[in-house]
Ligand binder design. Structure first.
Ligand SMILES: Nc1ncnc2c1ncn2[C@@H]1O[C@H](COP(=O)(O)OP(=O)(O)O)[C@@H](O)[C@H]1O
Ligand SMILES: [Mg+2]
Length: 355
C-alpha cells in the first residue's frame, strides 16, 4: 500500500507467485518463505529516524493477506526538530494510542503512513467525516442466511492487529463512537451483537491513532471530540505548518524547490504566499490553508512553463474555495506575497483570464 498510490503493486505481485509455487513443497518451506518475503522490504525511512528502541511488532509476522496493508514507499516526512515520528512511536509503544491535532495539510495522514511503514504494521484508515456506515466499519452478512459474515474495517483491525487510524475523529457519528469506546481500553474487546454476540478481544499488536483539526470558533465545521475518546488518549501531539504568517521555513523552501523542480526564488515566493494564506485560514478568514502538497503541485505547473499566477489559479486558488470573493482575496494575498517582481505577470494573467 503506497501513501501516494504509485507503484502500489510493483514489488508484491512477483513475490506472490513465488509463494504460491513453493507452498506445494511442505508446511515448513511455506513459513520460511512468508517470513523472508515480509522482511524483504526494508523501509528506507527506518534509518532516518531514531526509533529502533520502539519495537511495535515484537517480530510477529502478520498473515500474508495483510502484508498489502503495510505502507511502502512513503515519502520522507520533513521535520524541523519536533521529532514527530519518534514521539508518535514512543506513544504507541507505551500507551498503544495517541492523538494528532493540527490544521489540514500539516502532514498528519502522511506521518501515520510513515509510522506504519517504519513499524511494519498494517494500516486500517477510516475517515470519520465521510458517510461510512456501521456495516462498513463492523461487518455484515452477505446474501441470505448466516454463513457469509464479512468483517468490517474496525473488526478486522481488532482481530488481526495493526494501526487503526481514525481521521477527523471529532466528526465520528455518535453510534460508532459508542461502540468504539470499550475498544479503546488497551485490553478492550468488541461485542458483535449483530453476529450472535461474538466477543473479539483486541489483538495484542493493535494500536490507535486519531487525528483532527483543532476545535475552536475559528475552524468552521469542527466539533469537540467525544469526551470518552479524549480521556482514553494518553498522548496529544500538536501539528502546525512549517511556515505561517511571517515565519518562513527554509526546509519547506528546499522541499518545494526539490520536489517541484523550480528555482529557489520561485519556491521562496510560493512559501511566503502560503504562509500568509495559512495565517488567514487560522484567523478564520479563509476556509483552507495550502499544504506542502498543494505547493508542490503549484511548483510543478510552474516548472512545466506556466507563470506563477496562472499556475496558482489551477492549484492554490481553486483548492481554497469556489467562492468568487474568497478566490479574489487568495489572489490578492498571493500577489502581495510576491512583491514587486510579480506584479507584472499577475496583471498579464488577469488579462488572460478576462478573455
Ligand atoms: N512535514 C512534511 N514533510 C513532507 N511532506 C509533507 C509535510 N507536511 C505535509 N506534507 C505533504 O502535504 C500534503 C498534505 O499532508 P496530509 O498528511 O494529507 O495533511 P493532513 O492529514 O494533516 O491534512 C501531503 O502531500 C503531504 O505529503
Ligand atoms: Mg489527513
Amino acid at each position: 500500500m503506497d501513501y501516494l498510490g504509485k507503484d502500489a503493486h510493483a514489488d508484491g505481485v512477483g513475490n506472490n507467485k513465488v509463494t504460491t509455487r513453493l507452498r506445494t513443497f511442505n508446511q515448513q518451506s511455506k513459513i520460511t518463505l512468508q517470513i523472508s518475503r515480509l522482511k524483504s522490504y526494508e523501509s528506507p525511512l527506518k534509518k532516518k529516524y531514531d526509533v529502533e528502541k520502539y519495537d511495535l511488532t515484537s517480530n510477529y509476522v502478520f498473515p500474508d493477506s495483510m502484508s498489502e496493508l503495510i505502507p511502502k514507499h512513503t515519502p520522507e516526512y520533513i521535520d524541523h526538530g519536533q521529532r514527530y515520528v519518534e514521539r508518535i512511536m514512543r506513544a504507541l509503544y507505551y500507551f498503544k494510542q495517541c492523538a494528532l491535532i493540527g490544521p489540514s495539510g500539516t502532514g498528519k495522514t502522511h506521518i501515520v503512513y510513515a509510522v506504519a511503514e517504519i513499524a511494519g504494521l498494517p494500516l486500517w484508515e477510516i475517515n470519520c467525516g465521510l458517510q461510512t456506515t456501521s456495516f462498513d466499519l463492523f461487518g455484515r452478512y452477505i446474501g441470505l442466511g448466516k454463513e457469509n459474515w464479512v468483517d468490517g474495517q474496525i473488526v478486522s483491525w481488532c482481530r488481526h492487529g495493526g494501526i487503526l487510524y481514525l481521521d477527523e475523529a471529532n466528526m465520528m457519528k455518535q453510534d460508532v463512537a459508542t461502540r468504539l469506546n470499550p475498544l479503546l481500553d488497551t485490553r478492550g474487546h468488541i461485542v458483535l451483537n449483530e453476529k450472535d454476540n461474538e466477543i473479539i478481544p483486541r489483538h495484542p499488536l493493535s494500536y490507535v491513532i486519531i487525528s483532527m483539526n483543532p476545535f475552536s470558533v475559528e475552524f468552521a465545521g469542527t466539533k469537540p471530540l467525544n469526551a470518552a475518546f479524549r480521556r482514553r488518549m494518553s498522548v496529544w501531539i500538536n501539528f502546525d505548518y512549517l511556515s505561517t504568517g511571517s515565519k518562513v521555513n527554509e526546509s519547506e523552501i528546499d522541499l518545494i524547490q526539490e520536489r517541484g523542480g523550480v528555482t529557489r526564488e520561485i519556491a521562496m515566493q510560493m512559501v511566503k504566499a502560503a504562509a500568509q494564506l495559512r495565517a488567514n485560514y487560522k484567523k478564520g478568514d479563509l476556509p483552507y490553508g495550502p499544504s506542502v502538497g498543494d505547493l508542490i503541485n503549484w511548483a510543478k505547473l510552474v516548472a512545466d512553463g506556466l507563470d506563477i499566477h496562472t499556475a496558482a489559479e489551477e492549484t492554490i486558488v481553486s483548492t481554497t474555495s469556489d467562492d468568487i470573493a474568497t478566490q479574489e482575496s487568495v489572489r490578492r494575498i498571493i500577489k502581495l506575497a510576491g512583491g514587486h517582481q510579480l506584479l507584472r505577470p499577475s496583471i498579464q494573467s488577469a488579462e488572460t483570464l478576462d478573455d
